[in-house]
Design a protein around this ligand. Structure first.
Ligand code: ADP
Length: 354
């Protein structure tokens, strides 16, 4: 048994008074310890008495007993927690006040369009939130902002408020993630204006003028490709590093090289945390155990080795991922194999960035 496994079991424990959000995403799991034959979990409650405390303790115990090997000793302890004081990460608040509370700003890039960069970004954000991390996603894909559709928040208009002299934009919240997209501000037919010289400033504003608050991860869904907009974005947003998404075909992998060079360029020099191989194999809905490597096998692994970056995850091509994108309910919300592939990806990224 591993701590991560126990965290995953605890996702099953929902708080009936909090819109059925689970105790992990509510930040109530304070500590998990695993030793031979024993699991000990500490749940945090706020000073105000939670009338459902006993119910949640019992449910957490039941979830662990259900999933752990027979005979495992299970202990659930509680602590009373004061509101946490905001943690500031030194080095990030160089004039970027809105990002001062963000621990990791990560660009999600791809050498070319259509490889599933937005699908991976939305699902990775959702999966990180399911694991209990505080997550935001800024959709800076000027060529086709997809966050509104992929989260069924089309037509929403984020509020702006005055903070002192400054106007700040409030992100939308859904599935435990804070979302922002240029799609909320431009109708699809207007999207062209975002691609001109104005685009860069508008994009930076959309990322830097947002009240993200305290976040563990802010993902930036970058526009596909490796042009001037990209270099400027990577330069001006305090990104810690990048994740690159590709499909396994040779033509797509050739573009990975451009993406890698963009971040390793002398004027940028940002680490690449890993490669995500999307559409790694096809699995038909009616035969979930079968894998067809329709775009070739092992391409992502070879590319990762060539550039000395970790292969962070492999995502199959399955109908439910496409349907999740179209319906606005990301596949990562599910416990099907495709949902778990995104959870595994999120766990891997979080473990690298700990
Ligand atoms: P990009 O952001 O790279 O342009 P998208 O994320 O918009 O690509 O994906 C393009 C299309 O492919 C979308 O219709 C999406 O639903 C679909 N798609 C992406 N990844 C998968 C996958 N793993 N399985 C099934 N469909 C996928």
């Amino acid at each position: 048994m591993k701590v991560n496994e126990v965290n995953r079991w605890l996702l099953e424990v929902e708080h009936p008074a909090k819109g059925d959000r689970n105790i992990v995403e509510l930040g109530m799991v304070e500590n998990v310890e695993v030793s031979e034959g024993k699991v000990s979990v500490t749940l945090a409650f706020s000073k105000h008495r939670d009338p459902l405390a006993e119910y949640l303790i019992g449910s957490a115990k039941a979830a662990i007993i259900r999933n752990s090997p027979a005979g495992t000793e299970v202990e659930v302890k509680t602590v009373i927690k004061e509101e946490a004081a905001p943690k500031k990460k030194p080095g990030l608040d160089l004039g970027f006040e809105e990002l001062a509370g963000v621990r990791h700003v990560i660009g999600i890039a791809s050498g070319k369009g259509g490889v599933g960069k937005s699908t991976v970004s939305v699902n990775l954000a959702t999966a990180l939130a399911r694991l209990g991390y505080r997550v935001g996603l800024a959709d800076a894909d000027v060529y086709g902002p997809s966050v509104p559709k992929m989260t069924a928040t089309e037509g929403a208009l984020p509020d702006a408020i005055l903070e002192g002299e400054k106007e700040v934009i409030l992100p939308l919240e859904k599935y435990g993630v804070k979302w922002m997209s240029i799609g909320y501000f431009a109708k699809p037919e207007q999207a062209l204006i975002w691609r001109g010289p104005m685009a860069c400033n508008a994009l930076k504003q959309m990322i830097l003028q947002v009240r993200w608050g305290e976040l563990d991860f802010l993902l930036i869904d970058m526009p596909p490709g490796t042009g001037d907009i990209h270099i400027s974005l990577v330069h001006d947003i305090p990104m810690e590093g990048a994740v690159i998404v590709s499909t396994p075909q040779d033509v797509a992998l050739a573009d990975v090289e451009k993406g890698v060079n963009m971040f390793r360029n002398d004027s940028v020099k940002k680490p690449i945390f890993g490669l995500v191989e999307n559409m790694a194999w096809f699995t038909p809905a009616e035969h979930p155990d079968e894998r067809y490597h329709i775009f070739g096998q092992g391409g992502g692994q070879r590319m990762a080795e060539k550039y000395d970056i970790p292969l962070l995850g492999q995502i199959p091509i399955v109908q439910s991922i496409r349907e999740g994108g179209d319906s606005g309910e990301p596949a990562a919300l599910s416990s099907r194999p495709d949902g778990l592939a995104f959870i595994a990806l999120a766990e891997k990224l979080a473990s690298i960035l700990k």
